[in-house]
Design a protein around this ligand. Structure first.
Ligand SMILES: NC(=O)c1ccc[n+]([C@@H]2O[C@H](COP(=O)([O-])OP(=O)(O)OC[C@H]3O[C@@H](n4cnc5c(N)ncnc54)[C@H](O)[C@@H]3O)[C@@H](O)[C@H]2O)c1
Length: 251
């Protein structure tokens, strides 16, 4: 098993993409600690644990990583999956909206990565994976703070990687495309709308399906593994080919 004897933290790991990553790393042998504001609804295995974490609150982040250090004594993998999204016209987006998005999606990644790197530095090894987005590469309308936060995550990943490589720590980001989770359910109101939406979304993807948390988790597990030892400071798009395809009327 890829991650045997390893300790992994997954922020925002109680649901969606984060939970998919928790399951994958745990199935591959890691002890996994979920850091989120709410525990998962699913049952935890003996080698999974939940501890409260609000990534927007630095005191909460410090307390969380102190618990990890005290209870597990090491940290091999950090996955920054906690995130939020809202849709608002640019001119209707307040400074408070902007600050809230940055606090969770970008500042949260910065302070969690910093705390994790302090633990990883002790053992001169570790892998940090930040969940960015294809919206850090191109973006949807009315998504200014989200797109800016995810572009920031990709830049932060590179900057972090070049500073911590000397301690044996790698840092990469994954850029998921459309993954079916609670985050994007607001795009349709009812089942009829969902069916039409699904059909249009599939047409955008060369693979002709929508993404799942497992699709992202598989890439994260590889990046966290020794097989990716020579891989750092990079971003990996996991989107069923959507970004490779120019919009075209004849789908
Ligand atoms: N679903 C997609 O299509 C998609 C695409 C690209 C990127 N992403 C990114 O993937 C990540 C996971 O999103 P998801 O789709 O699973 O959404 P989700 O809403 O199902 O999960 C988000 C998780 O983050 C947690 N979270 C939010 N604010 C937090 C905070 N302050 N402190 C701790 N935890 C917090 C939530 O409680 C939840 O567990 C996010 O960073 C999101 O931006 C999602």
């Amino acid at each position: 098993m890829r991650h045997q004897h390893q300790v992994a933290v997954v922020t925002g790991g109680s649901q969606g993409i984060g939970w998919g990553i928790v399951e994958k790393l745990n199935n591959e042998g890691a002890q996994v600690i979920i850091g989120a504001r709410k525990p998962p609804q699913a049952e935890l295995s003996d080698t999974m644990a939940y501890h409260y974490l609000d990534v927007a609150d630095e005191a909460s982040v410090e307390a969380f990583f102190k618990t990890v250090e005290n209870q597990y004594g090491q940290l091999d993998i950090l996955v920054n999956a906690a995130g939020m999204m809202f849709q608002k016209p640019f001119l209707g987006t307040s400074t408070a909206d902007w600050d809230q998005m940055m606090a969770v999606n970008l500042r949260g990644v910065f302070i969690c990565a910093k705390q994790a790197a302090k633990l990883m530095k002790n053992r001169q090894t570790g892998s940090i994976i930040n969940v960015g987005s294809i919206e850090g590469l191109a973006c949807n309308p009315e998504h200014a703070p989200y797109a800016a936060s995810k572009s920031g995550v990709h830049g932060l990943t590179r900057a972090f990687a070049i500073d911590v490589g000397q301690y044996g720590i790698r840092c990469n980001s994954v850029c998921p495309g459309w993954i079916e989770t609670a985050l994007n359910q607001g795009y349709y109101q009812d089942e009829a709308e969902k069916a039409a939406f699904d059909k249009a979304m599939r047409a955008l993807h060369p693979m002709r399906r929508l993404g799942t948390p497992t699709d992202v988790a598989n890439m994260v597990s590889w990046l966290a593994s020794d097989e990716a030892q020579w891989v750092t400071g990079q971003e990996f798009t996991v989107d069923g080919g959507r970004m490779a395809k120019l919009p075209n009327v004849s789908v």
